[in-house]
Design a protein around this ligand. Structure first.
Ligand code: 8YV
Length: 331
């Protein structure tokens, strides 16, 4: 029996062609929107699937997808996976670490710069024909170079941002993370561990790059926003749900913090309506890893995981590696 692989979303034609050399591929180049039911049904006969962070692999999907052995996420984050359920069903999950680290760190800086220097707001002003004269205070923003950056979450992407900040922009870098970096790594990143309250109090810019989990849900709510400087900015390129978006919109409206830059949203692609009406926020549609080169590398790594699994019973970047050693898949 041939191996069936479903590709959940439109993808690079060359990656689909690669997969077709190995598998019976069901692609979605027409970008059919999924309902929970049609998504579950699409996996009924699938042996493998390439998902994105927007495609849930949960108990319902797993119960229906009796042949499913591997879910290759085209994302480093995998909070779309119900990992305990996948492990219990003997389904291996993979992600795409490393290939997107520097690109995403670049974007963190782009969002920080755009937010602190009010780039979106000023462009709208210009485009709408309101620019009449030079003014000393026109779109005067917040300094980036030489200021203090607070990074919450210090994995690979956080470290990439810290290096840019300390080496490129002469920033003082504070970070908060469950585990502290080695002294050598701290020195390389130019970063110092502090508790969350100190970070929020001292940072001129707060950057969120922590993975989403039940433990990190609403890491930033009204109480944390109240601890930040009124001149501070908040950048979220981690996941929707790390920030209470309603509380953030209120704080921005009341100018309790200066501005925010958001690439991810609670319930995306729906965006909290109050965020759409406040002017001191830069909004982007979850594009931190979006360069052609990086997205192709992510797609190829996800494809490599599928090919390696079915050819050799191993994968390159597992997120629940124990499944590979389990003798038999449980249904
Ligand atoms: C993905 C991301 O583009 O890698 C991640 O975790 O958030 C992005 O790079 C997105 O999740 C789609 O898969």
């Amino acid at each position: 029996m041939s191996i069936q692989v479903v590709i959940a979303r439109p993808n690079f034609p060359e990656v689909i062609e690669r997969l077709k050399q190995h598998f019976d591929v069901i692609d979605n180049q027409q970008d059919r929107p999924w309902t929970p039911q049609s998504w579950s049904e699409a996996l009924t006969h699938a042996d493998g699937v390439m998902t994105t962070g927007a495609d849930p692999v949960n108990q319902v999907v797993l119960t229906n997808a009796k042949r499913l052995r591997i879910c290759a996420n085209m994302a480093v984050g995998y909070n779309n996976f119900d990992l305990p359920a996948m492990t219990a069903h003997g389904v291996v999950g993979t992600n795409t670490p490393d290939v997107l680290t520097e690109t995403t760190a670049d974007f963190g800086f782009a969002l920080l710069m755009a937010t602190a220097r009010r780039i979106s707001e000023s462009e709208h002003f210009l485009r709408s024909g309101q620019w009449r004269e030079w003014r000393y205070d026109m779109f005067a923003g917040t300094e980036v170079h030489g200021s203090t950056l607070g990074i919450i979450g210090m994995g690979r992407i956080g470290q990439g941002i810290a290096r840019r900040a300390s080496k490129g922009f002469g920033m003082q870098v504070l970070y908060h993370n469950r585990s502290q970096l080695s002294p050598e790594m701290e020195a390389e990143c130019g970063a110092r561990w502090v508790d969350k309250a100190t970070l929020l109090r001292e940072a001129d810019h707060v950057m969120l790059v922590v993975p989403y989990s039940a433990a990190t849900h609403h890491t930033i709510v009204e109480a944390e926003l109240a601890q930040m400087k009124p001149t501070a900015t908040l950048i979220n390129l981690a996941r929707g749900g790390i920030v209470d978006d309603a509380a953030l919109a209120k704080a921005l409206k009341e100018r309790r913090i200066a501005a925010a830059g958001l690439d991810v949203f609670e319930g995306e692609p729906t965006v909290h309506p109050d965020l759409l009406t406040v002017t001191n926020v830069v909004l982007t549609p979850h594009i931190a890893s979006a360069t052609v080169k990086t997205r192709l590398a992510m797609a190829n790594l996800a494809a490599d995981n599928l090919i390696q699994y079915f050819q050799h019973g191993r994968v390159l970047t597992p997120v629940n590696p124990d499944v590979l050693n389990a003798p038999q898949r449980r249904v």
